[in-house]
Ligand binder design. Structure first.
Ligand code: C2E
Ligand code: MG
Ligand code: MG
Ligand code: MG
Length: 272
């Protein structure tokens, strides 16, 4: 600590620390303005049913279009949006925009693809997530069963009593609930039987097991088996090859998403 290090040192003014702090402050400031100025966009990645190859849904993925025209991926700004609380209003915008877009697909197409939307823990703790979901559905006219909320394990473990009540009411509204990045969060699985979940989304990090058909696939098999015994559906994320898709189908995974099928694209390109 600077205080302990004596008057002849200059730790407090470490230039790299200073640069990091400046960058963070600029990012924070930029994020607040980005929402007002409409700099966020959603890209959509197709989700398919493995047995038929049919498109059954799409996941909405947030992007920030900077002034220079470059797209900033969510990993670079969502952590700051979470630390500052800005993820609450940004997340509300995501829900409204994703439902609006999905309602257009419902009117224009047959097959009625579902829309999957990512939620942050803070939207449960600070935001009124139920009211936000309700207003996004109402404003768009999207049927609730066409909206799937992707929750992380950290949301369900955070504050069980109030989160359980909220999740139960969301489910009662008719929306679908999926656990994102399943298997990476916590070793406690107790929440799975308590929360009214519909689907497990198998994290990409487990799929390398499936690259080589001669290898075992114990984790992926275990997740699919767990889902089956709990009556849940499964989707795999990050499927990049035909071989992995084929093995997932063989193992009984129902749906998949990944570069092998489609990359995330702007709404205008999704059906072209
Ligand atoms: P996620 O929800 O697990 O989304 C999947 C990520 O994997 C996306 O990254 C997607 O572009 C990427 N991906 C899809 N297929 C493949 C593949 O075949 N190979 C590889 N290597 N990657 C693939 P993206 O769009 O950069 O998003 C990263 C994360 O940011 C998301 O992970 C999610 O946790 C978060 N995120 C994105 N949009 C939102 C949002 O609107 N709200 C919140 N709270 N978080 C979001
Ligand atoms: Mg997701
Ligand atoms: Mg995921
Ligand atoms: Mg992931």
């Amino acid at each position: 600590r600077a205080k302990d290090s004596g008057r002849n040192t200059f730790q407090f003014f470490d230039p790299s620390m200073h640069a990091q702090g400046m960058e963070r402050m600029q990012l924070q400031h930029g994020l607040a303005k980005a929402l007002e100025q409409g700099e966020f966009e959603l890209h959509y990645q197709t989700q398919v049913e493995l047995a038929t190859g049919r498109r059954v849904g799409a996941e909405a993925l947030l992007r920030w279009r900077r002034a220079d025209g470059k797209l900033m991926p969510p990993a670079e700004f969502i952590p700051v949006a979470e630390q500052t609380g800005l993820i609450v209003p940004i997340g509300a915008w995501v829900l409204h925009e994703a439902c609006r877009q999905a309602a257009l697909w419902q009117n224009e197409r047959q097959g009625r693809p579902r829309i999957a939307v990512n939620l942050s823990a803070l939207q449960f703790r600070q935001g009124d997530i139920e009211a936000t979901v309700q207003s996004a559905l109402q404003a768009s006219g999207l049927p609730p069963s066409q909206l799937e909320l992707e929750l992380t394990e950290s949301i369900l473990i955070g504050d069980p009593a109030s989160v359980l009540a909220t999740v139960t009411r969301l489910k009662a509204m008719g929306v679908k609930l999926a656990i994102d990045d399943f298997g990476t969060g916590y070793s406690s699985l107790a929440y799975l039987s308590r929360f009214p979940i519909d689907k497990l989304k198998i994290d990409r990090s487990f799929l390398h097991q499936l690259d080589d058909a001669s290898q075992g696939a114990v984790i992926v098999e275990a997740i699919i088996g767990l889902a089956r015994s709990l009556g849940l559906r499964t989707i795999a994320e990050g499927v990049e090859t035909e071989a992995v898709a084929a093995r997932l189908l063989q193992l009984g995974c129902q749906e998949a998403q990944g570069y092998y099928f489609a990359r995330p694209v702007p709404a205008s390109e999704l059906f072209s």
